[in-house]
Design a protein around this ligand. Structure first.
Ligand SMILES: [Zn+2]
Length: 259
């Protein structure tokens, strides 16, 4: 992790794409803030590098810090008492880790771990709560993201129950590629199985189907999407349904500073 404390430079403050310490801001919630809220929040953020499989929080942990995901991906996992876990959500540069705090809840109901090497902007929970009282656009953006995240985990829950492994794998790879803005995804089969809640052998079968159809190339620990259009056709309808709902809400939404 890298800590970059210090005041926000006035020159860089004019650029909402930089945190004032040379770290590019990719997080869409931060990028969309009005300038006066950006100037309030961004100097309080700490840029952090999260190695692959870094644990951000475990089930039941107090939410001491929250994260605006900036690159890479964070998996949200449901964890059972016997240790088994399955991914129920995926957070990229569109998102935020720490949603329960928005409504006064202080502990995490899920596990959050980084996938790939990730970066984020971290702030302690009390600071965020204090900033929210002065930043209505930030609060509204986080509430809107909370609804989007809930919509996605609802769809993924239905997907995990109803759809075939190769359809789910295609849907999941598309979601990952969107979040990291890359068609190259360094993911092992074991990890894919864990994320999809299925046996490694089922992932092998699913990945084989997609590879033989020319949609992906798969080598040990590395998945590359080679034909995105075909992969979208192979994915179950969940991917398109989630995209459509996000777009519908984007059109519905008032500008974030209008209440
Ligand atoms: Zn599905």
């Amino acid at each position: 992790m890298t800590r970059r404390p210090g005041p926000l430079s006035s020159t860089l403050a004019k650029s909402s794409r930089n945190d004032g310490h040379g770290n590019q801001i990719n997080n869409q919630i931060l990028l969309n803030l009005p300038s006066h809220e950006s100037e309030t929040l961004i100097p309080k953020l700490e840029f952090v590098r999260l190695r692959v499989h870094h644990l951000l929080h475990e089930v039941g942990d107090p939410l001491k810090s929250v994260y605006f995901c900036n690159s890479g991906m964070i998996s949200i996992l449901s964890v059972f008492p016997n240790g088994k876990s399955v991914e129920v959500g995926l957070v990229g540069k569109e998102g935020f880790i720490g949603l329960p705090l928005l409504v006064g809840f202080r502990t995490a109901p899920t596990r959050a771990i980084s996938q790939l090497d990730a970066t984020g902007f971290r702030v302690d929970a009390e600071t965020l709560i204090s900033v929210l009282t002065r930043c209505p656009a930030l609060e509204q953006s986080l509430q809107q993201y909370s609804q989007i995240f809930t919509m996605e985990i609802t769809q993924i829950a239905a997907c995990n129950r109803l759809h075939e492994v190769e359809e789910r794998l295609a849907r999941w790879l598309l979601m990952c590629a969107d979040r990291v803005s890359s068609n190259s995804l360094p993911l092992t089969q074991e990890f894919l199985g864990q994320m999809l809640g299925t046996r490694r052998s089922s992932v092998t079968v699913g990945a084989g189907i997609l590879q033989r159809a020319g949609m992906i190339s798969y080598n040990r620990g590395d998945v590359r999407i080679t034909d995105r259009k075909k992969l979208e056709d192979a994915a179950c309808e969940c991917y398109a349904l989630m995209q459509r709902q996000r777009e519908r809400w984007r059109r519905d939404a008032k500008p974030p500073n209008v209440r």
